[in-house]
Write a protein that binds this ligand. Structure first.
Ligand code: ADP
Length: 504
């Protein structure tokens, strides 16, 4: 059969640690899933973003070129010799770097002659065969060293003419790419790569940012790609890791709090159980303590009442026993009542300047009979010229009585009681010394706890309720002082009640 505390521990383990472990496992698995799904989502978003950005670039570029071609077409339709008007149009179109207009048979309509090496570049693109192709598609972009746009237009005389122009790279970068991409909100870095993979434009320095993916531009920028790079530190995996770390820490704190809670509850429970046991012992002890003097009083009273005792000396002895047992009862009941008042927070003390010596001597007097009867050697030493001290005389008398009572109760073969009263370190010290059983060091702190009695066979036999020293300590502290013990098992004990001379 498990003990209640072991059962509690097992239950706590099952009720808290097991769910915590399950939560941890579920947490781990879902973080893994979350990690991969967020990575997937991130990539999808990046791809959508890239596709959208590429479309935007192409749309902007196409619009600019269409606008140019529309204006060129308008010029060609109205001017029989369009040279000047085209010059003017070119001056307003920075994207168009070199323009050639070629007739059906390959004759140059504009300008008059091929410049530099342009014949070699443009020549193959403006052949009759190429023109036939264009008739079907309308427009086309060819990317070689340069980006060359081709479009079929109509001249004033109704003849078709092929317009071929190269794009100005710097204008493309500045006016098209920058305009289209610069304003896009994206957590990634977007870059435009040419057909050789060189970065033509990027929204932010790429550095060694890892590449996520790239999408192809379509017909307006064939062979070019729009690439997406991951901003350093912004990978979804890292974000999830950070979150996971945060959750792990939170879980850890939670488990720690729960464990601390369990430990605290367990300790509280143990203390409560211990307290319940001590209380029931207390009730038994007090009842026993009350019964013994009562039966003595009754026995001696009845004997006297029956008039059987004729000898006056014996009668006097019986009266003394009755008085002594009555005093003991009073002390016991006072102890219990005071203790219950203290527990209920109702105890009050009345501090009045009191001469110490008479208080000590009158307290001792109450024990004169048992001390003499048990053969105690009593040594009293009270320092002369003690000042009056503000204290509650009843309470201090009761505390001292408890100490003396204990010295008698826990005496051994050598029966000595020494009461020493002096001023030390600015405090009044009332010390009660015995050569009795003594107290083991590990018990010395606990004996001042309420209901606590040293559970040894030699002390168990002696009557007591376990509240005496608790009361002494309370009284001492209520006076702004304390109570100390020096003791060694088998050698005896010295209890010292230390009270401040001046109450602050
Ligand atoms: P009790 O009613 O049991 O005497 P106390 O609070 O007065 O209760 O004392 C608590 C315990 O401290 C006692 O049970 C006893 O074991 C120990 N004790 C107190 N005074 C002495 C002493 N003078 N010598 C040895 N043990 C003592």
């Amino acid at each position: 059969m498990l003990s209640p505390s072991a059962r509690f521990s097992a239950l706590a383990l099952l009720a808290i640690v097991a769910p915590a472990a399950i939560v941890a496992v579920i947490g781990y698995v879902s973080i893994r899933q979350w990690e991969s799904s967020s990575e997937l989502l991130y990539r999808e978003q990046a791809r959508d973003m890239a596709t959208m950005a590429a479309e935007k670039v192409e749309m902007t570029l196409r619009r600019t070129e269409d606008a140019f071609l529309d204006r060129l077409q308008a010029v060609l339709r109205t001017e029989a010799s369009p040279g000047r008007a085209v010059d003017a149009l070119l001056a307003e179109s920075p994207l168009v770097r070199r323009l050639y207009l070629v007739g059906r048979r390959g004759e140059l309509v504009y300008p008059r002659a091929w410049q530099d090496g342009d014949a070699a570049v443009f020549g193959p693109l403006v052949t009759e065969r190429e023109q036939a192709k264009l008739e079907r598609s309308g427009r086309r972009v060819v990317i070689q060293e340069d980006q060359i746009s081709l479009a079929l237009l109509t001249q004033k005389n109704g003849e078709p003419v092929l317009a071929a122009f190269a794009r100005d790279a710097e204008t493309l970068r500045r006016e098209i790419l920058e305009t289209a991409l610069g304003s896009l909100e994206s957590p990634t870095i977007l870059a435009v790569l040419d057909r050789d993979g060189r970065t033509v434009y990027s929204r932010a320095p790429i550095g060694d940012a890892p590449s996520l993916l790239s999408v192809q531009f379509r017909d307006v920028l064939p062979d070019w790609r729009l690439a997406v790079y991951q901003t350093p530190g912004a990978s979804p995996r890292q974000a999830v890791r950070r979150q996971a770390m945060f959750f792990t820490a939170a879980l850890g704190v939670l488990v720690a709090v729960i464990v601390a809670g369990i430990v605290a509850t367990w300790r509280l429970m143990r203390r409560e159980t211990e307290m319940a046991r001590l209380k029931s012992d207390f009730v038994a002890n007090v009842s026993h303590d009350l019964k013994t003097p009562l039966s003595v009083i009754r026995m001696f009273g009845e004997t006297l009442e029956m008039g059987r005792v004729t000898d006056e000396g014996r009668r006097q002895e019986y009266y003394r026993v009755i008085t002594r047992e009555g005093e003991r009862l009073t002390r016991l009941i006072d102890n219990v009542l005071d203790f219950s008042r203290i527990e209920g927070g109702r105890q009050t003390y009345e501090m009045t300047p009191t001469p110490i010596e008479p208080l000590v001597r009158s307290t001792l007097e109450a024990f004169a009979y048992p001390l003499a009867q048990q053969g105690f050697k009593v040594e009293v030493s009270v320092a002369p010229d003690l000042p009056d001290v503000a204290l509650d005389a009843d309470a201090i008398g009761q505390a001292l009585a408890n100490l003396i009572d204990n010295a008698i109760k826990y005496s051994a073969d050598e029966r000595l009681l020494a009461v020493d009263v002096r001023v030390a370190d600015g405090r009044l010290v009332i010390a009660v010394t015995d050569r009795g059983l003594g107290i083991a060091p590990e018990e010395q702190a606990r004996i001042f706890e309420k209901f606590y009695r040293v559970g040894r066979s030699d002390t168990q036999g002696r009557r007591g309720s376990g509240v005496g020293l608790a009361l002494v300590r309370h009284i001492a502290e209520a006076h702004g002082g304390d109570v100390t013990v020096e003791s060694a098992p088998g050698r005896g004990s010295r209890f010292a009640l230390r009270l401040p001379l001046e109450r602050s």
